[in-house]
Design a protein around this ligand. Structure first.
Ligand code: SAM
Length: 288
């Protein structure tokens, strides 16, 4: 049974945005993957654990959790049908029997009460219209003293490397291509999803979302690098894949590569970015 309350997010993640994430799943895993070390170290998933992965996307973290939890299991829940489909396909390819997926809106999903030992998320928790209700629903899904561990973006300050690089890229793209004003429902929904990415970027918002259902809340900064591609040309391909209908002249493409060249390293095009690592424990009085 699927119950959806976050309709704008459902629209976005089941439209072009979700299909883009599904098609480019390996690139997004490379982009976000440096946060996994902190996430999994804090989650301390062990054999026999039952893990919930909130907003699991194409399921990379669900599969990693399932491997650590064996003979336990990991269940990824996501509002996006294209991403759940991709997660299932990749899990079949990789052969991870302990990982499974459910299509659902985590804010309202009918989880088995107390059915999980730990809930994790790599950037899948910022998209709730009512974060207090959503985290209460996650708490109900956890057993007594069950733990919650997630990473979410920190506010990118004006001088942040990632913000500077992407800002230059966006300005160069706008200068070098025809502006195609798109005001359709898909574009507006994708805008809502991008805006929501920052909804927990201030620690007080994280505390406000969690305090009713969780205790021992810790919010720690972790510095990571985001990986945009193996080379400037590859990173431009990835960044332009977000707007496939936009036609980009060769001279603009070359200029876009130049904006990313300062970040090219022997490990690819990487920019410094920051996430919050959040850990918490279900409150005793949060009802399962
Ligand atoms: C930034 S992506 C991160 C995906 C994945 N955790 C990863 O690391 O690749 C955010 C994910 O949250 C999902 N999502 C957004 N709102 C949701 C909701 N209310 N319930 C469940 N999933 C949601 C999206 O479909 C998307 O897969």
């Amino acid at each position: 049974m699927t119950v959806t309350v976050n309709h704008r997010q459902a629209h976005a993640w089941n439209g072009p945005l979700g299909r883009h994430w599904a098609a480019q799943a390996r690139r997004f895993d490379a982009l976000l993957g440096e946060a996994d070390e902190a996430l999994f170290a804090a989650a301390a998933i062990g054999p026999g654990d039952r893990v919930l992965d909130i907003g699991c996307g194409a399921g990379a973290t669900t599969r990693a959790a399932a491997r650590l939890a064996a003979p336990g299991h990991a269940v990824g829940v996501d509002i996006s049908a294209p991403l759940v489909e991709r997660a299932r396909a990749r899990t079949a390819e990789d052969g991870v029997p302990g990982a499974s997926y459910e299509l659902g809106d985590v804010q309202a999903h009918p989880f088995p009460p107390g059915g999980f030992d730990v809930a994790i998320s790599r950037g899948g928790v910022m998209f709730f219209d009512d974060p207090v209700a959503a985290f209460a629903n996650v708490a109900r899904a956890l057993r007594e003293r069950g733990r919650l561990v997630f990473v979410c973006p920190r506010a990118a300050g004006p001088g942040s490397e990632e913000g500077t690089a992407l800002g230059r890229f966006a300005r160069r793209l706008a200068e070098g291509t025809e502006r195609t004003p798109e005001r359709d429902g898909d574009t507006l929904a994708a805008h809502a999803a991008h805006t929501a990415m920052a909804s927990l970027s201030e620690p007080f918002r994280i505390h406000a979302a969690l305090h009713r259902s969780f205790t021992r809340i810790a919010v720690d900064p972790v510095d990571v690098h985001t990986h945009w591609g193996d080379s400037p040309a590859d990173a431009v391909d990835f960044l332009l894949s977000r707007t496939p209908r936009r036609s980009v002249p060769a001279a603009t493409r070359a200029a876009l590569e130049d904006t990313l060249r300062p970040y090219a390293t022997s490990r690819g095009v990487r920019t410094r970015a920051g996430v919050w690592l959040v850990t918490a424990v279900r409150r005793d009085d949060a009802r399962a």
